[in-house]
Write a protein that binds this ligand. Structure first.
Ligand code: LLP
Length: 442
C-alpha cells in the first residue's frame, strides 16, 4: 500500500477528482448548492460538474503527453450536447456507436474527422451517413460488415477508412455484462483471423486500412489486463503498419472509477484502502508497450471522464415499513437509473443536508416503479432519512441518463450542468405530451 506522503495529484485515484463536497452543512457541486438546483429545476435531476469532466480529460491527456494520442470520448456514457461541446472544445474526439450518436456529435459542433464509429450491428443507413460525413474510421467487427461497407462505399463512390476490432482474449475481471475482450463475447475478430481479414480488406477497392482497435470491457480497476491486451496486439499492429501503412492503434476505454464512499467517509478513508487504479498507474502500465510503436494511439474512455462528475438528485416521498424492512420511497426509479437493477451496481447515496449525527441504520432506497427490482440501494446504512429530504445518488454521470427510459410512462428527468457558480439546464424535463409525440393512431 502506498504512503499518502508520496501521492501526487496524478496518482490519486480517478474519482477523488470530483467537485462535490459538503460546505456549511450542505452538499455543493463546485460553487453551487445542490438544494438550490433541485428547487430551481425539480427532481429527479441529473447534475454534472464541468470542472470535474475537464479535470479528468486533462489529467489523462497530460499522462500520455509523450506519445501521439487522441482521447475519443465514448459518447454512450453521456451524450448530452452540452457535455459533447465541452469535450469537443477541450480537443476530444468521439467514439460513437450509432447514427444517432454521430448526429448528436455533429450538432454539438464535434469534428467528424475525429470520430470513430464502433459497434457490432451498424446498419447500411448508418454506415452511409458516417461515410458521407467523413468520419475518421469505421471499426469493423465481422467479415460480413466489411463486405457491406465495401458495397456502400462503392455505391457512393467514396473511400471507406476502416480498422478491424481485435478481440485479444484477455479476462478483464469485471461484471460479465460489460466484459468484452474474451473470445466468449460477441465482440471483435480473433487474433488468429485478423491477418486473413486485413489481407482481404486490402484487396477491396474502396477500403482504406487505417488502424487496429480493441476494447476489453468496462469498469476495469487494475492496470494488468490493459497491459496484457496491448502486449498481445502490438505484434499485429507492427505488422499491419509495415504491410498496409496503418496509422493508429485504439486501445479502447474501460478505465474503472471509485463508486464507494467518496463523500460519506471522506477521501482519506477509502484512499487508505488502496484498491483503485490511478491515471498514472494506468499510463505507467501501458506506455512502455506503446512508446516506439510509431502509431497514433486512440483511447475511448467514457465512464472515467463523466462518471464521478454527475449525481442524480432525488427527493424522499414516503417512509414505509413492512415486515422486517424499512423503505425510503424516492422520486427517482429504475427508469431514471437502471444500473443497480441491471448490474447490482453500488452507488453511494448521501443526504444533501449534511447529517448532524453519526447514527446509521439500514434502509432500502426504492423508486416508484411497479417492480421489486426498482431499487437504488438495498440494506444501505444511512443516516436518519425523512420524507421531503433530498438525496444525491453519487457517480451517476456515466450510463445514468443515457440508459434512462420512459418505463411506467415516467418522464425522462432533467439535466443540469454546473460551471463554477453557475448552474444551467441542459435538458428540460419531459412533459406528458413528449410521451405520446411519436404515436400516430389515437
Ligand atoms: N469503447 C467501446 C468499444 C465500448 O464498447 C465502450 C463501452 C467504451 C469504449 C467505453 O467504456 P468505458 O470507458 O465507459 O468503460 N452500461 C454499462 C457500461 C457499458 C459499457 C459499454 N461499452 C454500465 O453502466 O456500467
Amino acid at each position: 500500500m502506498r504512503s499518502r506522503l508520496r501521492v501526487t495529484a496524478d496518482e490519486v485515484p480517478f474519482s477523488v477528482m470530483h467537485s462535490f463536497h459538503y460546505r456549511d452543512g450542505e452538499l455543493f457541486c463546485e460553487e453551487v448548492r445542490l438544494a438550490q438546483a433541485a428547487e430551481e429545476f425539480g427532481t429527479p435531476l441529473y447534475l454534472y460538474s464541468a470542472a470535474t469532466i475537464l479535470d479528468h480529460y486533462h489529467r489523462l491527456d497530460r499522462a500520455l503527453h509523450e506519445i501521439d494520442h487522441l482521447i475519443s470520448y465514448a459518447v454512450k456514457a453521456n451524450s448530452n450536447g452540452a457535455i459533447l461541446k465541452l469535450l469537443s472544445n477541450a480537443g476530444a474526439g468521439f467514439d460513437i456507436v450509432s447514427g444517432g450518436e454521430l448526429f448528436r456529435v455533429l450538432r454539438a459542433g464535434g469534428d467528424p474527422g475525429r470520430c470513430t464509429f464502433a459497434g457490432v450491428g451498424k446498419t447500411p443507413e448508418e454506415m452511409g451517413y458516417a461515410l458521407e460525413q467523413r468520419v475518421y474510421c469505421l471499426n469493423v467487427e465481422s467479415e460480413g460488415e466489411l463486405e457491406r461497407i465495401e458495397e456502400i462505399a462503392d455505391a457512393k463512390n467514396i473511400r471507406a477508412p476502416v480498422a478491424l476490432r481485435i478481440n485479444p482474449d484477455v479476462q478483464a475481471h469485471t461484471h460479465e455484462y460489460v466484459s468484452t475482450g474474451s473470445e466468449e463475447n460477441k465482440f471483435g475478430i480473433t487474433l488468429a483471423d485478423a491477418p486473413r481479414l486485413y489481407a482481404r480488406a486490402a484487396q477491396m477497392r474502396h477500403i482504406d486500412l487505417r488502424g487496429v482497435q480493441m476494447h476489453i470491457g468496462s469498469q476495469i480497476t487494475a492496470a494488468a489486463p490493459f497491459a496484457e491486451a496491448i502486449r498481445k496486439v502490438t505484434p499485429l499492429a507492427r505488422e499491419l503498419k509495415e504491410k498496409y501503412g496503418i496509422e493508429f492503434l485504439s486501445i479502447g476505454g474501460g478505465l474503472g472509477i471509485v463508486y464507494e464512499r467518496s463523500i460519506a467517509s471522506g477521501e482519506r478513508a477509502w484512499w487508505a484502502e488502496g484498491h483503485q487504479l490511478s491515471i498514472q498507474e494506468y499510463a505507467d502500465a501501458i506506455l512502455p508497450e506503446l512508446r516506439g510503436l510509431g502509431l497514433r494511439i486512440l483511447l475511448e474512455p467514457g465512464r472515467l471522464l463523466v462518471g464521478n462528475a454527475g449525481v442524480l438528485l432525488t427527493r424522499v416521498l414516503y417512509l414505509k415499513e413492512s415486515g422486517r424492512k424499512r423503505f425510503a420511497v424516492v422520486d427517482a426509479g429504475m427508469n431514471d437509473l437502471i444500473r443497480p437493477a441491471l448490474y447490482g451496481s453500488y452507488h453511494e447515496i448521501v443526504p444533501v443536508e449534511q447529517p448532524s449525527t453519526e447514527q446509521r441504520s439500514e434502509i432500502d432506497i426504492v423508486g416508484p416503479v411497479c417492480e421489486s427490482g426498482d431499487f437504488l440501494a438495498r440494506d444501505r446504512e444511512m443516516p436518519p432519512v425523512a420524507a421531503g429530504d433530498l438525496l444525491a445518488v453519487m457517480s451517476t454521470g456515466a450510463y445514468g441518463f443515457t440508459m434512462a427510459s420512459n418505463y411506467n410512462s415516467r418522464l425522462l428527468p432533467a439535466e443540469a450542468l454546473v460551471d463554477g457558480n453557475c448552474v444551467r439546464l441542459i435538458r428540460r424535463r419531459q412533459t406528458w405530451q413528449d410521451l405520446v409525440c411519436g404515436e400516430t393512431d389515437c
